[in-house]
Design a protein around this ligand. Structure first.
Ligand code: PRP
Length: 180
């Protein structure tokens, strides 16, 4: 896998450090509360695992699965809930956990759907933010790193379902996605 990577953007150490900071910030901001962290699968699974362990609060976790990209590198703009949350979020402080905020289609749609379930609050925590590509009016409350419009993989992010298990975030060689 490593030979398919052009450049490492965020090393394991940089990710650990930044995720620790996000966890500490959430711990401070939600002091005295019991937020539910909802991970939007699949891309956020590694970030979710590390982030939750960096939060020193009696949180609960939940998961949902959404698809918007298919196998390409550009968002189709179509959002579909494939697996919904297991528990009610009514009256709960909800933190949506994403690996990347790109066009904003996914989170814009999800926020609207979840807001209707009457949570006490909704905030968004994303590891990566690509503001240059935003087409929906949405910003994250917690951002790990702001990045330019480059195609990245690793630490949960995939290309055609591969590379999620790389321990770092890297730029894929263009020759890899030009092949398909
Ligand atoms: C990715 C990512 C977000 C979404 C962000 O998911 O995990 O959910 O795209 O893009 P947007 O802001 O343009 O909507 P993807 O559909 O690739 O599925 P995955 O999480 O299973 O990799």
């Amino acid at each position: 896998m490593n030979q398919d990577i052009e450049r490492i953007l965020f090393t394991e150490e940089a990710l650990r450090h930044r995720v620790g900071q996000l966890g500490a910030q959430i711990t401070t901001d939600y002091a005295g509360k019991r937020p539910v962290l909802a991970s939007v699968l699949r891309g956020s699974y590694i970030f979710m695992a590390d982030l939750t362990r960096a939060i020193d609060l009696p949180i609960t976790v939940d998961f949902m699965s959404v698809s918007s990209y298919g196998s390409g590198t550009v968002s189709s703009g179509q959002v579909e809930i494939k697996k919904d949350l297991s528990d009610s979020i009514e009256g709960r402080d909800l933190i949506l956990v994403e690996d990347i905020l790109d066009s904003g289609n996914t989170l814009h749609y999800l926020r609207t759907v979840l807001q209707a379930r009457k949570p006490a609050s909704i905030r968004i925590c994303t590891l990566l933010d690509k503001p240059d590509r935003r087409s929906q009016p949405i910003t994250a409350d917690y951002v790990g790193f702001t990045i330019p419009d480059v195609f990245i993989v690793g630490y949960g992010l995939d290309y055609d379902e591969r590379y999620r298990n790389l321990p770092y975030v890297g730029m894929l060689k263009p020759s890899i996605y030009a092949e398909s």
